[in-house]
Design a protein around this ligand. Sequence first.
Ligand code: AKB
Length: 326
Amino acid sequence: MSRKMEKILVIGACGQIGTELIVALREKYGAANVIASDIRKSSDPNITDGAFEIIDITDKSRLEEVIRKYDIDTIYNMAAVLSAVGEKNPLVCWDVNMNGVLNVLHCAIDFNLARVIMPSSIAVFGPDSPRINTPNDTILRPTSMYGVTKVCGERLCDYYVERFGIDVRGLRYPGIISAETLPGGGTTDYAVEIFYKAIEERKYTCFLKEDTRLPMMYMPDCIRATIELAEAEFDSLKHHNDFNLAAFSITPGDIVSAIKKHFPDFTCDYKPDYRQQIAESWPESIDDGTARTEWGWNHEWDLDSMTGDMLAKLSKRYSEGKLYKK
Ligand code: AKB
């Protein structure tokens, strides 16, 4: 019997997306109905304002304990090892991104969960995929460990939808740019760091080449997309765990030009490292027509509106001596 989405658990709530997702979900469903969890404690008031539990996603019995304690019916799994850290620690990447996902899927069966949201990434694509306007359904041969786990995760989740009748959904996130929490260990992290350095030092050294084009999105669109997909009617979805999602595609050079409109003295130099190779294996731009058709996705933010908002938020925090949140 299908259940309502009433008690939500967010795994990986202290990460870049999790910290803002928690706020949006608590606003929408009530603080008492949204439980935050992560592998370690946080002092962020957005997290500590409601219930918080320590969960290591690779520990299934701990996950079961928390589901039982709060009678959870919906899980947003935001825990993942991203592309750059995944290349340094491939086994940890596999363990968290695959065994963690399996634990959540089995809990969905065992506890008859209403819904699970399981993020994927543009990292599912590889050098053999078309790089411009990459279609939703195309060749998936990633060359990073992170990408391998994300393709396996998508296939696994779709298999569980078919085989066990559970409701699991997921988006292929592009690089996400945000002002609240720094990202940890991705190839697109430069696109957040550059704003902090623009505020602090008016200069930045980028680990990707100036003309490396990648799909990006501002956090408010990312949060809205995640919740909109979670709330879409199951019957309107033909895809489940592999929706392309896009807003704008930009290079480091484009961000520098956008920042210079606000801070003309801002400078950037380029020292590409191992992340350049990962970036070059990913699409330059994404066709997200499937998400637009099946559940009505539409982005709102572009490079200039995002840049203005990022710089305003970070400048305010800088003037208060709180640029970096603890
Ligand atoms: C990363 O860079 O690894 C992530 C992603 C695109 O999934 N931000």
